[in-house]
Design a protein around this ligand. Sequence first.
Ligand code: ATP
Ligand SMILES: CCCCCCCCCCCCC/C=C/[C@@H](O)[C@H](CO)NC(C)=O
Ligand code: CA
Length: 522
Amino acid sequence: VCAFPIHLISKGYISGTSHSVSVSEILAVRELDVGGGTNDDGRWQKMPQKLTEAYPYAFTVSYVERARQHRWRCSDVTFHCSDGVLRQQWIQTIREQLTALSMADRPKHLLVYINPYGGKQQGECIYEQKVAPLFACASISTDVIVTEHANHARDHLKTEAELKKYDGVVCVGGDGMFSEIVHGLVSRTQRDNGVDQNSPEEKLVPCSLRIGIIPAGSTDCICYATVGINDPVTSALHVIVGDSQPMDVCSVHHNNTFLRYSISLLGYGFYGDVLADSERKRWMGPARYDFSGFKTFLTHHHYEGAVSFLPATDILGTPRDKTRCRAGCFICQHDGQLYSGDSPEESKTAPDVSDRVGWGVVRGKFLAINAASMSCACPRSPMGLSPAAHLADGTTDLILVRKCSRFNFLRHLLRHTSKDDQFDMTFVEVHRVRRFRFTPRHCQNDSELDLRENGKQLFSQICRDHPACSCSPAYSSWNCDGEILPHAAIEVGVHCQLIKLFARGIEEQPLFEDLANPQCAL
Ligand SMILES: Nc1ncnc2c1ncn2[C@@H]1O[C@H](COP(=O)(O)OP(=O)(O)OP(=O)(O)O)[C@@H](O)[C@H]1O
Ligand SMILES: CCCCCCCCCCCCC/C=C/[C@@H](O)[C@H](CO)NC(C)=O
Ligand SMILES: [Ca+2]
């Protein structure tokens, strides 16, 4: 065994097949007491007597095994040999390799926040039963905080948490909980570096700590789109092996005042109305989105306004590409750029505001205005709102759905659930952009806007309370990663690779291999 990455290669005595374990995917190694006749889980007793007599010294390696649909599982492989010294050499060498990996990029100490009320309210149980034992097996220590109210995690990260102690922050919950962590970490990083978040044109400083998501929410789209599945064990294993996936973050401003960050979806019209309605039905759990989605579809409201945007012209991809952002994505590795003369640090986090000339404007009546900074794939829509969007290319896909018939809008929505192209419709257009602004119609100046926005709530309520009224309200709300924004007029800029996740992007599906608990002789 020499320098890593190494593979442990052995011959399975049962199947005769070769078995290879990449050291970068080993979680732990432990000695096995073969002489005692049993091991922790009794599996040793299945070994034929002859083999244990010939090879009485054994050790077990816990490693990542790939299962179907991007699932990862922790598997054990036991190695036997006839010599106790040889066994010790193997164990020591593997431990040295794991220590070297820990020094490089594996986390040793994590800060964990659990939202006990996300999704089906299973966060604590998921963590204790599925995740904590894996962290313990990999010798990762944790400080765990079960949140007591909304924004508990965000405020703790912003002001109190001793971040120097940790190698990463893990959240157990859904997209809303992840958004809290992002807000806490990004705000803290800007404050520590003297950056003013209220200026839309400010370069933001990237966060150094990686974020892990253990999915326990209702949509889990960030987890699904970065790992390929919303499975707690898979996500915990990505944390343990120390994966790193950079991600773009959009900053949202109103009138030179910072409102929020967005990582997945900014949606006005349909998705804003779905969210506003579903928030009143949290008691329904994840099913609230289906109920409110159907109801909002029936109301068929449209909204008037102007969208101006700065197209990303200097990039490799387009929203209509057939290729997808996958692990090791070439486009994301180059920050989406065809060519960049800047140093990476200079070019990454600055929204490009210098060239006002290239701005485009679209005015009209819209059923939906969506900005997808990543595919937004989730179990409801496995390809996502913008299937060709990239996690870390510094752009967002601006999707404009103009007023059309209910039937056509339904066709458009249903295409999100299949492989058909949801953009190939006359009333839909999509632009890959670096910045955009939305101004609702009638919005003359800020004071009028604020007045109208306060009045909007009342107006929508009146319409809701009078089902016979078929008019559309003047304003919708923005759905910002599952949170409602207080303003309709917003300005958005993308910050390339501002945060990093414990993930690697969706892996191309490997050939499925089912070697459960192999026992091997060295
Ligand atoms: N202890 C708590 N009590 C009440 N709300 C909380 C608590 N901790 C966090 N929250 C809030 O709960 C909201 C929803 O949480 P979360 O995102 O985990 O689940 P979800 O909304 O069901 O899933 P998704 O965001 O994937 O649709 C978040 O916006 C978060 O701010
Ligand atoms: C009438 C048939 C309708 C089928 C429509 C299917 C389309 C589903 C697309 C879902 C995309 C969800 C994008 C993710 C948004 C998250 O940020 C947010 C918070 O979790 N979730 C929601 C639902 O707003
Ligand atoms: Ca992007």
